[in-house]
Design a binder for this molecule. Structure first.
Ligand code: NCD
Length: 318
């Protein structure tokens, strides 16, 4: 945690939302709002990152997050290099750190790192040059800070009084970095109630998500909820024997239009993607009037622009 703020308390790296001070969270959300545009409008552009280089080092598969970071960087004028999966030298035995040092020598200013290895983004952040910033693009099951921020932005756009909200997250919470980052930022923003709905084997440890209400049944979790976030079963993080039966899971935890009626009439429905339509979320719900799933994606670019700019200011203030 401490590595992500400098001595003056400014954002130096973005690795987790856990303990990130509220003024920084609010500042990033406010700045991101400035980049939100109507779907018809041209995307906002700036030249603030001209001459800077962003490397997207994605050691786990990703489409939306990687593209979102790429567009955010390009729209601010940065040069962008993408290194993904099998193309990464790490598969040739080079350590992540060696890859980072190599790219740093080519004058990289920002590393966006997605990795299945817990602790890797922080360990890189501790070792990069003083004017280089690291942003987590998703770390193991632990943290996905820009996703948490885009989820928070999407919620406050529709429902600004966070202290009145009941937010229900349903699905594979145990393996979800999205749920962890959402839980952390909602706590910082003072959410009234966070509910976690999952079968026991997909529920996180009791020590995690302090203050959250845990429900084994979806109807109980949905009752009068203002925000419902459905999550995918993260099969890639489970042994085959642990993967729940698809039909049984859908029956008990799938977010259907009928079930959604237990939530508030104006409840919004979220999903970080990728979705398994008609498993964790009914297709009609995903595309229905309560869904803000596409807004989440749009807000992702705005949030990542805000994060890159905040970090760039830190570097130039040095
Ligand atoms: C998620 C991720 O990779 O953490 N997707 C995303 O970034 N939008 C969630 C997932 O893979 O299910």
């Amino acid at each position: 945690m401490s590595v992500q703020l400098d001595a003056a308390g400014r954002l130096r790296h973005l690795l987790t939302l856990d303990g990130l001070p509220a003024p920084i969270v609010l500042g990033l959300l406010e700045r991101a709002r400035g980049f939100v545009h109507t779907p018809q409008a041209r995307a906002p552009r700036g030249r603030q990152l001209e001459g800077r280089t962003v490397v997207n080092l994605f050691l786990e598969p990703s489409t939306r997050t990687r593209v979102s970071f790429e567009l955010a960087a390009r729209r601010l004028g940065a040069d962008v290099v993408n290194i993904e999966g099998a193309a990464a030298s790490t598969v040739k035995g080079e350590t992540l750190l060696d890859t980072v040092y190599t790219l740093q020598s080519m004058r990289t200013d920002f590393f966006v790192i997605r990795t299945a290895e817990s602790g890797a983004p922080a360990s890189v952040a501790e070792r990069v040059a003083a004017d280089v910033s690291v942003v987590s693009g998703g770390e193991s099951h632990l943290s996905h800070p820009t996703q948490g921020l885009l989820d928070a932005l999407t919620i406050v756009q529709r429902k600004p009084d966070v202290d009145r909200l009941v937010v229900c997250i349903v699905g594979d919470i145990a393996h979800s970095r999205v749920a962890r980052s959402a839980g952390q930022v909602l706590r910082t923003l003072g959410v009234r109630e966070l509910r976690l709905v999952a079968p026991p084997e997909l529920m996180p440890d009791d020590a995690e998500f302090p203050g959250a209400v845990r429900c084994l049944e979806l109807d109980a979790g949905l009752a009068d909820a203002d925000v419902v976030m459905a999550l995918r079963i993260q099969k890639e993080r489970m042994a085959t024997a642990e993967i729940p039966d698809r039909a049984a899971y859908r029956e008990r935890y799938g977010l259907t239009g009928k079930r959604l009626r237990s939530a508030r009439r104006d409840a919004i429905v979220m999903h970080p993607g990728p979705m398994n339509r008609d498993v964790e979320i009914e297709s009609d719900v995903a595309d229905g009037p309560q869904s803000v799933i596409r807004t989440q994606v749009a807000n992702g670019v705005a949030v990542r622009m805000a994060v890159l700019l905040a970090l760039a200011e830190h570097a130039s203030a040095r």
